[in-house]
Write a new protein. Structure first.
Length: 113
């Protein structure tokens, strides 16, 4: 049985696995943009950009609104918070390793003195 939380994380990691989509998320972290704005740095059609945007939408990383004929995309911080929450569990391992390295380096410095 697949739980919904696992599916959500799978969708987020899939969306972020592509460098173009990661760059789009970074652009949207600055401010909202149109689909054309998101597509402009890349050699791709608006249709191809829309496919990337749909993947980001399904992962709930961005939201798209339509104003007339213009599609406006903005970052959905809740989508990224799920990833942060998942990764924060592993942060203690990184912290332990860095603390151990700091202790080792301090001991080596003390031996040299």
């Amino acid at each position: 049985m697949v739980n919904n939380h696992s599916y959500d994380l799978d969708a987020v990691f899939h969306a972020l696995s592509d460098p173009t989509r990661r760059a789009m998320v970074r652009q949207l972290a600055e401010h909202e943009r149109t689909v054309s704005d998101l597509a402009s740095p890349y050699d791709m059609s608006l249709a191809a950009a829309s496919k990337h945007i749909r993947v980001l939408e399904r992962a709930k990383l961005i939201e798209r609104t339509v104003r007339g004929r213009t599609h406006i995309c903005k970052l959905n911080p809740k989508g990224l918070s799920r990833v942060h929450k998942w990764l924060s569990y592993y942060e203690r391992f990184w912290t332990q390793k860095l603390d151990a390295l700091e202790t080792l380096l301090a001991e080596e410095d003390n031996k040299k003195k």
